[in-house]
Design a protein around this ligand. Structure first.
Ligand code: ADP
Ligand code: MG
Length: 666
């Protein structure tokens, strides 16, 4: 910007941006022209308003800078107006009823705080996407609003503690898990082709039990992939930092260096797109689906969350001074209270057909929300709550406002990895989000519910006083009230379920159970109060979630039926005819025929079961699904799958119509 903009415009632009003021047309025109010149200097002739509709992926429409010059030739133009606002016929994007098809226009509005970038020789301008009436139709707008909300409420909270700050920003580091498979093999599986997930597949003879893959050396193909992805990301200014093997065979993780929430969101979307592209070009297939394989770990997208002030402080760092300690403990109690009060919203923020399959199975957090704080911090909070002066667990005296607390360990080696929401020394790691989904939802929910707690804390501080004793009481009451959400044990153990029920925590196992919570009175009030979503927008989003869920269910059912009818059953028929002819020959030769008879009987039984299950599934899918019937469909799918997987285990390898888990994963 500095290089391409006149000096005064550059300064003015930064001022406007930092203060969140509207840009003048003069600045917009200059910005547009600078962007165009930058793009042209790199051989780029097109631009697009890049946005993030409710589909969860990104959208763009290429447009060239080209205009007729009136003399039979052409010139390259890009005006401030074109930069600021775009209009698109967007009737095909999900709107949840916010936009009738006859009012199909959607608008894209430039977000000056997001970085423009060049991708595939197109200048991409990050924009918000909204309806004619200004309702958000995208994932990013409410995220930006939630960042504003937490900024506002947190600043007020800080100022009450005597910390005058100008800005609080949300830092996000999203760890992206994925599977990397051979493309030629994937192309032979219709489920991977259509759903990016397998719907059949017997467990391979060797699983992930030995854990030999985790953090193991990358093989050459993966290394080549990782290097190429890194290069492309770095070129775009995305600081991809960590790449390692995950627990399951062929599963990996990529993590960038953390950044502001809105930038992290953009970057994660671009990263996924680039990973797919690079994989494709190297004969690989990059899978982001949450649960591509049964019996094998699923993939998540751990969202690391913290708050940073304009003074560079991380509010989730314990700090060295008594004053910093107090601020830290208040912030922690705000988070705990928020999570305890809004388990419904957090669960909702990670809902979806794919993630439902992942949560609670094979090394993934269960669908019950709890917070891990670690022994030391829990010890300190418990001591305060119980009015004790000493914490054995933290090994320290708690003299808030007088003496400093010991530093908390920021250690990744022995920390709890089973918790859905874990404090990891200077940030919270939300481990429930699914690997394929946009991180916008989880972040905006976290921001909104924690903004609300800062608001309530500010009121309490104003009412009860800001002296050490009052603050201690505020912390103590909150810890006592929300102690039930803190759990430092093993969330994967069966005992946790019993314990969680005893504690009265919320059990929302499937998306269909949690989606209706979106528009509860409590939640509408919360979102409206902080200007994150209006009631109309909430209802629309709820509708979209529901629709997406049922579409996924129907599509998966259809793919299953297609594979059963056109691949699996014909393969079985082929095998049966082979067995019959073998039987005939053996009978002719007066040889023993029991082996064939036994096999034929076993296979015929499965064949019949599969035929009848798929018939029932087909009939159910033809109907409009109701929420109550979902379980029935899911059970049918499960049974159908089990029978097919059993068949796979007894059919000869070369007669099975598509690559097996063993082929794909090892
Ligand atoms: P893990 O050990 O959980 O796999 P990684 O090191 O792979 O952790 O990833 C941690 C992620 O958290 C990275 O994206 C990192 O940049 C991010 N992170 C680190 N500090 C912060 C912070 N203060 N706020 C938000 N994210 C952070
Ligand atoms: Mg990691």
């Amino acid at each position: 910007m500095k290089k391409y903009l006149p000096k005064d415009i550059f300064t003015e632009f930064l001022q406007c941006r930092n203060r969140g003021e509207e840009l003048t047309l003069k600045i917009a025109n200059a910005m547009a022209s600078a962007m165009k010149n930058w793009a042209l200097s790199l051989g780029v002739t097109h631009f697009t308003h890049w946005f993030q509709p409710m589909t969860g992926i990104t959208a763009e429409k290429r447009e060239s800078f080209l205009y007729p010059d009136g003399k039979g030739g052409a010139i390259m133009e890009f005006s401030g107006k074109e930069l600021i606002k775009g209009e698109s016929d967007a009737s095909a994007f999900p709107s949840g009823g916010l936009r009738a098809t006859f009012e199909a226009r959607g608008y894209t509005a430039w977000i000056p705080t997001s970085n423009a970038f060049i991708k595939d020789k197109v200048l991409c301008i990050p924009t918000a996407f909204c309806s004619y009436n200004g309702e958000a139709l995208d994932k990013k707008t409410p995220l930006l609003r939630s960042c504003e909300a937490i900024n506002k409420e947190c600043l007020k909270f800080l100022s009450l503690l005597g910390d005058k700050r100008n800005m609080v920003k949300v830092s996000i580091g999203a760890e992206q898990e994925y599977f990397l498979l051979d493309k030629k093999l994937c192309d032979k599986r219709k489920d991977l082709l259509y759903l990016n997930r397998t719907v059949f597949g017997a467990p391979p003879p060797k699983g992930q039990q030995v854990g030999e893959h985790y953090f193991g050396p990358l093989n050459q193909r993966v290394l080549d992939f990782a290097q190429e992805v890194e290069k492309s990301l770095w070129e775009l200014g995305i600081l991809s930092k960590i790449n390692h093997n995950e627990v399951a065979p062929s599963q990996h993780e990529l993590a960038p260096y953390f950044s502001d929430a809105d930038i992290a969101l953009d970057n994660n979307q671009i990263t996924m797109e680039i990973m797919k592209k690079v994989a494709n070009s190297q004969g690989l297939c990059c899978i982001f689906e949450e649960k591509p394989f049964a019996y094998v770990n699923g993939s998540g997208k751990h969202v690391n969350w913290s708050l940073r002030t304009d003074k560079g402080e991380n509010l989730l760092e314990c700090g060295n001074t008594p004053k910093e300690n107090t601020r830290f403990l208040l912030t922690i109690t705000a988070v705990i209270s928020a999570v305890h009060k809004h388990q419904d919203l957090l669960r909702l923020s990670v809902c979806g057909w794919g993630n439902d399959k992942r949560l609670g199975s094979h090394e993934a957090p269960t669908s019950v929300i709890s917070v891990y704080l670690g022994e030391e911090l829990t010890g300190i909070l418990d001591a305060i709550a119980e009015g004790r002066e000493e914490s054995k667990r933290a090994g320290c005296k708690i003299q808030l406002g007088v003496k400093g607390l010991p530093p908390l360990p920021v250690d990744s080696s022995d920390r709890n990895r089973t918790s859905p929401f874990a404090f990891t020394g200077n940030k919270f790691e939300f481990r429930m989000p699914g690997s394929a989904s946009s991180i916008a939802g989880p972040i905006l929910i976290l921001n909104a519910i924690i903004a609300e707690e800062f608001r309530l804390l500010a009121i309490e501080l104003e009412e009860k006083g800001k002296d050490t004793q009052s603050i201690k009481e505020i912390i103590a009451r909150r810890v006592r009230e929300h102690r039930a959400i803190i759990f430092n044990g093993n969330n994967y153990a069966d005992e946790w379920n019993t314990e969680a029920k005893k504690r009265g925590l919320l059990f929302l196992e499937s998306s269909t159970q949690c989606i209706p919570y979106y528009s509860s009175d409590k939640n509408v009030k919360l979102f409206e109060r902080h200007g994150v979503l209006s009631k109309k927008e909430i209802i629309a989003r709820q509708e979209i979630l529901e629709e997406q869920y049922f579409t996924s269910l129907k599509t998966e059912g259809a793919v299953m039926l297609e594979i059963v009818k056109r691949d699996i059953l014909p393969a079985v028929e082929g095998y049966l005819s082979l067995l019959f002819s073998n039987l005939k020959q053996s009978q002719k030769a007066n040889a023993k025929s029991e082996i064939y008879l036994g096999k034929i009987e076993e296979i015929e039984k499965l064949y019949q079961k599969i035929s009848s299950l798929s018939k029932s599934l087909g009939q159910l899918l033809e109907k409009q699904q109701k929420r109550e019937e979902v379980k029935e469909v899911i059970d049918l799918m499960k049974n159908l799958r089990l029978s097919c997987d059993k068949l796979e285990e007894i059919m000869p390898r070369k007669l099975w119509p598509f690559p097996t888990y063993g082929d794909l994963l090892f």
